[in-house]
Ligand binder design. Structure first.
Ligand code: DC
Length: 216
């Protein structure tokens, strides 16, 4: 049985939905690294300060981010699980994720969390930079139209109003920003298994990953 599973891929590929379900089936801990970048993004957003390396580093130095067993997200004592899901915070997370201090701080935290036992961690750079020694690496993707539709449905379910075309544009912009940054860009690790989920149901993707994790 594989003990450490890394799941990477572009925005809206279904990483968190699938990873949560795989974690449940295998009795693994799910670690959402995007939530951590979003927490930094939320703090920067709330500060109203310009998004440059100096201010972002200053803000990131001071914040203590914690995920609990139910994947709730905290900055210090304050729970921010819901706020960080706002679309503008996703964009902000991508913007702050290009700075070296933020990546270093969050990568260290993520590696520490992965020591706790059997984990499935999702993000953009898990297989390439955070846990290059992971037992199983998955790169999840889907067409941009499909990813936009999924993200749109997800937002609607959460009661957040959105425009499909705008969601698609944001996804394209975010993938570009995440793939082109200098440090730990979004990239498939050479030894990751590519799963295109455009035509697969959530259950099918979960089943595939569970099968791969259980294989010798
Ligand atoms: O997975 P998500 O949409 O919650 O991630 C939000 C942003 O955070 C993403 O666009 C880029 C950044 N991120 C990152 O740089 N590295 C990670 N491992 C996870 C997320």
């Amino acid at each position: 049985m594989k003990k450490i599973i890394a799941v990477d891929g572009p925005a809206g590929a279904g990483k968190s939905t699938v990873s949560k379900l795989v974690a449940k089936k295998l009795n693994f801990t799910y670690i959402d690294t995007g939530a951590m970048y979003r927490a930094v993004g939320l703090k920067v957003f709330e500060s109203g300060k310009p998004v440059n390396e100096e201010t972002v580093t200053e803000i990131a130095k001071d914040i203590e981010i914690r995920l609990d067993e139910s994947a709730r997200v905290f900055i210090g004592e304050r729970e921010v699980t819901k706020e960080i899901r706002m679309p503008e915070i996703g964009n902000m997370a991508s913007a702050v994720g290009k700075f070296g201090f933020v990546r270093k701080k969050l990568t260290e935290l993520q590696r520490e969390m992965a020591k706790s036992g059997s984990v499935i961690m999702d993000g953009r750079d898990i297989g390439t930079a955070v846990l290059p020694g992971a037992d199983l690496k998955i790169f999840l993707t889907a067409s941009v139209e499909e990813r936009a539709r999924r993200r749109f449905d997800e937002l609607r379910e959460k009661g957040i109003s959105a425009d499909l075309k705008k969601v698609e544009e944001e996804i394209i912009m975010r993938d570009k920003q995440d793939s082109e940054r200098e440090i730990a860009p979004l990239k498939k690790a050479d030894d990751a298994i590519l799963l295109d989920t455009t035509k697969l149901s959530i259950a099918e993707v979960v089943e595939k990953i569970v099968g791969l994790a259980e294989a010798e």
